[in-house]
Design a protein around this ligand. Structure first.
Ligand code: F6R
Length: 642
């Protein structure tokens, strides 16, 4: 059985729960798309079809709408359909799920602002048809206000189509763990994880409101049709719990198991933990490709606590892999897998000169390679591949590093103020004073002034030089691309444009590299890493016909958040204990990202700790599989360009 990848609107049309037979583990109808953009377009299509159908019947169409990163592309597509295909919203009435409390409509973090920016300002919906919980309502009026919101939904005939996202707590709307099955629209206290996730948009957790108004579980359940969107690996665990777990108030989204017309629309990342994708051999018969076989053997070792060469026929049989054994016996399977992993290990990430390279990850020739390491932010290079970076330089390759974005928004005001004050002490100037004043007078609703952003970018640039000089790289080999898509001064970035791609094309064309290393965070649908990777893919497509391109290999490392699975790794670069320390010191050079990083995510460890633990963990996994025992390993996957 292989992963089902949906392509068309038909694929998301609902199958009632009782007849849903995808696997015995799943309790909610779901479809998985290769990519969240394609999926979003299909969801927008379903909404548009409903609006048109209702229009033809002379009826209103009542939509329940969500905010957050998940529905952005759906709204973008609806706006496109309005502009290019004449889709009218004149019969549409909307009810938004939630709003922070307290929150003014004019605040850029408000859901009121979000909805107008992404949808309402660009379509012909009558203003009076828009309903968004009002976050500016006085505390004493909230209860009554919530009852009237609920009543208004009923008076309009109920919600025809409810769009949802899901929080990592399992919330839908802001129905946090503990929410009751029969809850209605009400005031709620936000879970800590939800506030952590919202912190970047509010430039720090302290600015995130503690309360919100949310439609209740019963309000959501009363919708005639529900579609929940889930994108990216960091939703994978909660999606699995929701679809496969027991119904529980600890994961409020599990209440959707009882709805008779719900579909979860997922991308590959979000669907990756579902049993049918993660361990398909436990679900039914499989098509045993080489990739799936490797994945299954690595899993079997973890399950049995054995190394590869100790696995027996019985281990395979007992764990749903008997059909694999009918193709090959365990001895051959084990040896093949052992050799495959063994051949991924190399201390020569740029290839070993004068060595037989038939079973090495990199080519021996040319002995001295031109290399570009692309780093989305100014520290991903050392965090994710500091050891390999060091080796490439030591082994004499012509290494260049390209920092794709300035990383300026991740420098705190406190840090910037320190440098501005030092500058002003050494040479008092109007410029320094105006920066100091801008920082001291900044409130949560204003962007950084341009000169503050410039200073923050300069801090990160100096830190990058400190790290590259420490590794022995000449300054002339350090490139700051400052891609324009990033320079908005806020968390929300612009879309990738030709201006970004041209900058990447020019650098690749100038260096003509044999190797490119890039952050391969393929599954993160909206983040900076994905945009930076797309810029490289697009640049490589444009350079495809250049003669140097036939010798150019692209290696992907993973960003700070998450590592390749062992079975995916194609090059494993081991590090000695000394190299681990050297990498640590290189990461330390990025001082503005130490101690209280602004965009920490849900992991409170500092970046050097995460990187170290991750690399040690990879090494420990190799050891557990029966391979050599290293202090740490950095991992790469080769991306084959067509
Ligand atoms: C938003 C909402 C929330 C989000 C959820 C996922 O109106 O009610 O439930 O849908 O927090 O947020 P994103 O899409 O940003 O991951």
């Amino acid at each position: 059985m292989s992963t089902l990848i949906a392509k068309t609107a038909q694929d998301i049309s609902h199958k009632p729960v009782g007849q849903f037979e995808e696997t015995r583990f799943e309790k909610i109808h779901n479809v998985i798309f290769e990519d969240s953009n394609v999926a979003s377009i299909q969801v927008a299509q379903e909404i548009a079809d409903l609006i048109r159908k209702k229009q033809a019947l002379g009826q209103n169409c009542v939509l329940g709408l969500a905010t957050g990163s998940s529905p952005i592309k759906v709204y973008e597509e609806l706006v496109r359909m309005h502009k290019e295909e004449g889709l009218s919203f004149s019969n549409v009435i909307t009810f938004n799920l939630d709003e922070y409390l307290p929150m003014e409509k004019g605040n850029m973090q408000s859901y009121y602002y979000f909805m107008h920016e992404h949808l309402f300002n660009h379509v012909d919906i009558p203003e009076e048809n828009i309903n968004i919980p009002d976050g500016s309502i006085p505390q004493e009026d909230v209860v009554e206000y919530c009852l009237s919101y609920e009543k208004k939904i009923k008076d309009n005939g109920g919600i025809d189509f409810q769009l949802l996202g899901i929080g990592r707590t399992g919330h839908i709307g802001f129905n946090e763990p503990g929410s009751h099955y029969n809850s209605g629209t009400r005031i709620i206290t936000l879970d800590h994880i939800t506030r952590v996730d919202a912190a970047p948009a509010f430039l720090g957790i302290d600015n995130v409101p503690r309360k919100a108004i949310t439609m209740g579980i019963a309000t959501v359940r009363s919708a005639k049709r529900i579609v929940l969107l889930g994108w990216g690996n960091n939703k994978a665990k909660i999606i699995k719990k929701t679809i496969e777990g027991e119904i529980s108030s600890h994961v409020p989204a599990t209440y959707l198991q009882k709805h008779n017309n719900v579909t979860f629309v997922l991308d590959k990342g979000a669907g990756s933990e579902l049993t049918r994708n993660k361990t398909p051999w436990l679900v039914g018969s499989c098509e045993w490709t080489e990739e799936l076989t490797s994945k299954a053997i690595v899993w079997l070792c973890a399950k049995t606590g054995k190394s590869i060469l100790r696995l027996t026929d019985k281990d395979y049989n007992d764990n749903g892999m008997s059909d694999l054994l009918s193709l090959e016996d365990s001895y051959d399977l084990n040896i093949k897998m052992f050799n495959k992993l063994q051949h991924t290990i190399t201390g020569w990430p740029g290839g070993k000169p004068n060595a037989d390279d038939t079973s090495r990850p990199e080519r021996a020739e040319p002995a001295k390679k031109r290399v570009i390491i692309f780093s989305p932010h100014p520290d991903d290079d050392v965090i994710s591949m500091g050891g390999t970076f060091d080796r490439l330089i030591e082994q004499g390759h012509d290494v260049h590093v390209a920092y794709q974005t300035s990383g300026n928004i991740a420098v705190s005001d406190k840090e910037a103020l320190k440098f501005a004050e030092i500058a002003n002490t050494i040479t008092p100037s109007k410029e320094s004073e105006s920066i100091i004043e801008a920082i001291l007078n900044k409130d949560e609703n204003t962007f950084d002034a341009l000169e503050v952003r410039t200073l923050k970018g300069a801090i990160r640039r100096s830190e990058s030089y400190a790290a590259t000089r420490y590794l022995g790289l000449d300054d002339s080999h350090v490139h700051f691309l400052n891609l324009p898509f990033y320079e908005t001064g806020t968390i929300k970035k612009n879309n990738l444009s030709n201006a970004d791609i041209d900058i990447v094309v020019d650098l690749i064309n100038e260096i003509k590299p044999h190797q490119i290393f890039a952050a391969g965070d393929l599954a993160d649908p909206h983040g900076t890493h994905k945009v930076c990777l797309d810029a490289i893919f697009e640049a490589l497509k444009r350079l495809k016909e250049e003669s140097f391109m036939k010798d150019c290999w692209l290696w992907l490392y993973r960003g700070a958040w998450h590592e390749w699975d062992i079975n995916e790794i194609e090059m494993a670069v081991p590090m000695s204990p000394d190299q681990v320390l050297k990498k640590r010191y290189a990461i330390f050079c990025h001082q503005s990202q130490k101690d209280g990083v602004m965009f920490q995510g849900d992991d409170s460890r500092e970046f050097w700790m995460r990187a170290e633990e991750r690399n040690k963990h990879t090494a420990a996994k190799y050891k557990a599989l029966g391979l050599a025992d290293y202090a740490a390993i950095e991992a790469f996957v080769r991306y084959k360009m067509d």
